[in-house]
Design a protein around this ligand. Structure first.
Ligand code: WTA
Length: 636
């Protein structure tokens, strides 16, 4: 399938058409996909409840689009190229035929273990092909997958399993990331002490790590597959799904409370990820696409698995990290597999920049045609380095702005078509209607303006609800500004209409491209027995984009600050995961609070940023003196 756009003028006219006649536009796009039955109605929506239905009445299975329909023409083309953590280990290639067969076999395994349409399955696997296979097998059988990133703690997994009432877990004995070995099964065992809903755990042998297998509950992936093979079970007919049946849940942090389960549904998500993948990268047949994200995040769901596979692309699955065995690993992978499109995060770029050119020199990057960036604002310095050193000034960079909730990219250049402006996501994709609003929700018109970014019309890939709590979805995204989807991001629109996303305006941090709520980290810190209260803010960090700064009030004096800091960090790692460990912990006697007891984060943010001269009005505080004492002892 090709969604070719040749010129910027062509983009503009498609865009205008998509806004004037959205239903016709999306129907035309959707016609390029494989349906068991076409829709009765393209779109039904209101943003008050909200209710969003795309392609209502249609029936499909997304895996038929990702697998079956490619078999006639692409059976022997690689669908997945897997590059292991350790470059000395053999890489693996799965053709579309092989991926199809393995997904079918594993679908049988799921079925034999009692998984049915609508069941929730938690997947906690390292970045091996079996992760994609597990995801696709769930989709094939109609089960709802909830993938949890391998870096989350037992407690975080338990929370997610309980929230979705998962009855099944798919994991591995262990996994590798750089020179670390992660004991995945043992983390799952800890998590499952709290999860009474789980009946079966399917365990992949990845690392030969000794694990305890619980009788009646735990089975080995390989043994289950063997049984299916012995029974000569091959094809697995894809279960018929209604357009708005749930495809998956993915948990993400918000500004309050625990992470929420963002729900995406079958038809809209399929159409949107496929269309945006093909359009933004202008993907050409046979090209090799390498997205460096983990499948545990939305980027991996949409642009390692579903988007590329629905378009018959070759998608690289990389198990390792950018700096192992050295800071040239990405470039080695690009050279080894002749990668044409590289899609990575600013954090990775900034961290590799520091190592200098020696890790790039001599690497053959000539296969690269397009570069992409995702997950956080890319600063100009990183943009130029990426453009010159990696793209040799020949490859467009698509700075793609989007969110877990949006399912796919919303604002992004189209490769080779949109005039680029460093650090700008440029223009909305066809079908996407962004607007900027002021605090009162009034639209800000014209150019050279800034405001809060909202979207005023639905797009097929948007979230439908938050699992088990529709009211939370409404409150979070649709209540701040009536009749608008609120993104939580601040945004500039320059003199030519280019959008530049400036970062979150709510209490969500973006640390190394990972979303973490300040409240989540505070709750974790407060769980430590020695802690009375804490306040957490993000601050600018050279490599991570944002770092985590924690102000902590402790019960009584203790002898060793460093030890206490370690202790608190450990507690956070245990409760959330290592990604949420604070970078700085300052012990304080009090926090700046209003008379009604609300913490004034604005002041704490300024102190963390080092902007001490301009702390703003502190006269409304309960105890204004507390500010000076915090500022004096600020950690640099
Ligand atoms: C931020 C990741 C600037 C933004 C796909 C958003 C970006 C949050 C960009 C979503 C970008 C993502 N430029 N900021 N190109 N892409 N963001 O849910 O703040 O993990 O709200 O989805 O990342 O993060 P999430």
């Amino acid at each position: 399938m090709e969604f070719k756009i040749d010129t910027f003028e062509q983009y503009q006219s498609i865009y205008q058409y998509s806004v004037a006649q959205p239903e016709q536009f999306w129907a035309q796009i959707a016609n390029e996909f494989l349906w068991k039955k076409k829709w009765d109605k393209v779109l039904d929506w209101n943003f008050q409840e909200p209710t969003i239905k795309w392609f209502d009445g249609a029936q499909l299975n997304i895996t038929e689009n990702c697998l079956d329909r490619h078999l006639a023409t692409k059976a022997n083309q690689p669908a997945i190229i897997w590059e292991p953590n350790n470059p000395a280990e053999q890489h693996r290639t799965l053709t579309y035929q092989e991926l199809y067969e393995q997904v079918c076999r594993f679908s049988h395994v799921l079925q034999r273990n009692g998984v049915k349409k609508g069941d929730r399955v938690c997947i906690y696997l390292p970045m091996v092909p079996e992760l994609a296979i597990a995801v696709l097998a769930c989709a094939r059988i109609g089960a709802i997958h909830s993938v949890v990133f391998g870096g989350f703690s037992a407690q975080s997994i338990a929370d997610r399993i309980i929230d979705a009432a998962c009855a099944f877990v798919i994991t591995a004995d262990g996994g590798y990331r750089g020179n670390k070995e992660i004991p995945l099964k043992s983390v799952i065992d800890d998590a499952l002490m709290q999860c009474k809903t789980v009946q079966k755990v399917i365990v992949l042998n990845r690392s030969n790590t000794p694990v305890s297998m619980i009788k009646g509950r735990d089975v080995w992936w390989e043994e289950e597959i063997k049984m299916v093979e012995d029974l000569k079970l091959k094809d697995f007919p894809a279960v018929t799904m209604e357009a708005e049946d749930e495809l998956f849940i993915l948990y993400t942090s918000g500004s309050t409370g625990k992470p929420k389960g963002v729900v995406h549904t079958c038809a809209g998500y399929m159409v949107y990820t496929g269309y945006t993948f093909a359009t933004v990268f202008q993907y050409q047949p046979k090209e090799v696409f390498f997205c460096t994200a983990d499948i545990g995040w939305i980027t991996g769901h949409s642009y390692i698995v579903y988007g590329p596979l629905s378009q018959g692309a070759t998608s690289v699955v990389f198990e390792g990290i950018p700096t192992y065995p050295d800071a040239g690993r990405f470039w080695d992978v690009v050279a080894k597999h002749h990668v044409n499109i590289l899609y990575t995060a600013p954090t990775a770029i900034r961290s590799l920049m520091q190592f200098g050119d020696e890790f790039i020199d001599g690497k053959d990057l000539s296969s690269l045609r397009v570069l992409g960036s995702v997950g956080e604002p890319i600063n100009e310095e990183a943009w130029h380095w990426y453009h010159q050193k990696i793209g040799k000034s020949n490859c467009p960079i698509v700075d793609t702005w989007w969110q877990t909730e949006t399912g796919g990219m919303l604002i992004s250049p189209i490769a080779g078509v949109t005039p680029l402006k460093p650090a700008h996501a440029t223009f909305p994709l066809p079908g996407v209607q962004p607007i900027l609003v002021d605090e009162n929700g009034a639209e800000i018109f014209g150019n050279n303006v800034s405001g809060n970014l909202c979207i005023k019309f639905p797009w097929p890939g948007m979230l439908r609800t938050t699992y088990g709590d529709h009211e939370r979805c409404r409150q979070n995204y649709f209540s701040t500004y009536p009749n608008l989807y609120f993104t939580g991001d601040g945004c500039l629109r320059d003199e030519s209409g280019n959008y530049r996303i400036t970062g979150r305006v709510d209490d969500v941090m973006n640390v190394s491209g990972h979303r973490i709520g300040t409240a989540e980290v505070e709750n974790a810190i407060n769980a430590h027995t020695g802690v009375i209260e804490s306040a957490v803010v993000g601050y600018p960090h050279d490599i991570k984009g944002q770092g985590i700064y924690a102000y902590v009030i402790c019960e009584h004096d203790f002898i060793n600050d460093e030890l206490m800091r370690k202790d608190i960090s450990q507690t956070v790692a245990r409760i959330i995961g290592a990604i949420a460990k604070p970078d700085k912990i300052q012990f304080v006697k009090g926090l700046p609070k209003t008379r009604s007891g609300k913490i004034m984060r604005r002041i704490l943010r300024k102190i963390a940023e080092g902007e001490l001269s301009n702390l703003g009005d502190t006269s409304t505080l309960l105890d204004p003196d507390v500010v000076a004492s915090i500022a004096d002892a600020r950690i640099n």
